[in-house]
Design a protein around this ligand. Structure first.
Ligand code: 13P
Length: 252
């Protein structure tokens, strides 16, 4: 069996002035010593903090990620930022298809698919978010919803390109609510995601795929979640804004 790398990413969302960015990263540098680290750590601050964050993470094992991207390289798209710009700013990762973008900015799978393709073509790694709402879970259609999001977002993505995609399973009902999916609930959907990828690509592609869990991950539940066989990391919101908490998760 492939030994998959575990990746812990902090999605700061719309939080982090420049001074807050500096404080948080300096705090993390003190708490997370590279020699003791067996997981990859990714910080995803808002666009305005990327350049500063990139400076501050020099000589650390931390990697930089963005929270969104546009699918064109440049042009008349007021308010948008391209993958080329993010790469130049030091990003290695881009979060795409977060449920907040799906819900508040009407992003659908076809739109997300264009971003995924462009981001990979630019040489960045995608963190592609999928997950069901509470209503969908209660209706018993979690797998259907997740499968539709995966197939829609991965249209025309080759098996080779898939190597530059991480999936983040984030049940919407667990985001920012303090209600974490149990390790078993999360693992079950992760296993299903792997089965979908195995069916659409190959068993080897499914085996390689890194699948993060996101939704109220905290230092006190991280270890249990991260010890599940199909959970290969975490996408952390609220707890990534406090150095103690994020370090607690990274080192769990
Ligand atoms: P919380 O960790 O605040 O629940 O947010 C999860 C999330 O949306 C990460 O992308």
């Amino acid at each position: 069996m492939t030994q998959r790398k575990q990746i812990i990413a902090g999605n700061w969302k719309m939080n982090g002035t420049l001074s807050e960015t500096a404080n948080l990263i300096n705090g993390l540098k003190q708490k997370i010593i590279s020699s003791s680290l067996n997981r990859e750590v990714v910080l995803c601050p808002p666009f305005t903090s990327l350049i500063l964050a990139n400076e501050l993470i020099k000589d650390t094992p931390f990697k930089l990620g963005a929270q969104n991207v546009h699918f064109e390289a440049k042009g008349a798209y007021t308010g948008e930022v391209s993958a080329e710009m993010l790469k130049e700013a030091g990003c290695k990762y881009v979060i795409i298809g977060h449920s907040e973008r799906r819900a508040y900015f009407q992003e659908d799978d076809a739109f997300i698919n264009k971003k995924v393709k462009k981001t990979i073509a630019t040489g960045l790694t995608v963190i592609l978010c999928v997950g069901e709402t509470l209503e969908e879970r209660e209706k018993g259609i979690t797998n259907q919803v997740v499968k539709a999001q995966l197939t829609g977002s991965l249209q025309n993505v080759s098996e080779k390109e898939l190597e530059n995609i991480i999936i983040a399973y984030e049940p919407v009902w667990a985001i920012g609510t303090g209600k974490t999916a149990t390790p078993e609930q999360a693992n079950e959907v992760h296993e299903y995601i792997r089965a979908v990828i195995s069916g659409g690509y190959s068993a080897a592609a499914a085996e390689r795929l890194i699948i993060q869990y996101g939704g109220s991950v905290k230092p006190d539940n991280a270890k249990e979640l991260l010890s599940m066989p199909h959970i290969d990391g975490a996408l952390v919101g609220g707890a990534s804004l406090k150095a103690d908490d994020f370090a607690g998760i990274v080192l769990a």
